[in-house]
Design a protein around this ligand. Structure first.
Ligand code: MN
Length: 210
């Protein structure tokens, strides 16, 4: 069963002006599609991976070649990223809003720390808000297409929010100003989705990608 490129849950222009349509189109149809294609090649080359979910593969990624790591991470991260955003964004709700206040002091403080982690990630990578399974939230940054689901990640847990800090995610509109992109991105975060993921982690039921 080959991995496939998921459809976006909104139109390419729907996140404008935070993210322009051309960036979204290239990011989805070229970059994400390439991760899917190369992941499928990598899986075909290793019969022991047949039938495994992407989450299972990532949980034992330290034994895999770079091709499966980079493209398996790429497919998971981007599928997760599209679902983390929605036109117009939203605000944290329910227990998540309370835990953010308890752990970080305020939503603004969480944003500030995550923005700093994004600016501080040298080269390409991702920044994450991670639930550790014990009800706590931590911020993590990972290089390349790594993520906190990988068995050898320095900070392990279940991501509930993630932002792409590769230049291809922002360069057309923001050029080299990664900090401006990170700051603007909050306008399109779907916090209801993030809260739903947080509830899933608390209940021990982590949803797999479709
Ligand atoms: Mn990307």
């Amino acid at each position: 069963m080959a991995f496939t490129l998921p459809a976006l849950p909104y139109a390419y222009e729907a996140l404008d002006p935070t993210i322009d349509a051309e960036t979204m189109r290239l990011h989805h149809t070229k970059h994400h599609q390439a991760y899917v294609d190369k992941l499928n090649e990598g899986v075909t080359e290793d019969p022991s991976l047949a039938g495994k979910s992407l989450e299972e593969i990532l949980a034992a990624i330290s034994s895999q070649p770079k091709k499966v790591r980079n493209n398996g991470g790429g497919h998971w991260n981007h599928s997760f990223f599209w679902e983390t955003m929605k036109p117009g964004g939203s605000k944290p709700v329910g227990r998540l809003a309370q835990v953010i206040d308890d752990e970080f002091g305020s939503l603004d403080e969480l944003k500030k720390k995550l923005n700093e982690a994004g600016v501080g990630q040298f080269g390409s990578g991702w920044v994450w808000l991670v639930a550790d399974g014990g009800g706590r939230l931590v911020i993590a940054a990972t290089p390349n297409q790594d993520n906190p689901l990988m068995d050898d990640a320095p900070v392990k847990g279940t991501p509930i929010l993630g932002n792409d800090v590769w230049e291809h995610a922002y360069y057309l509109k923001y050029n080299n100003r990664r900090a401006d992109y990170l700051n603007a991105w909050w306008d399109v975060v779907d916090w209801e989705k993030v809260a739903e993921r947080f509830e899933g982690v608390s209940q021990g039921t982590v949803a797999e990608l479709a």
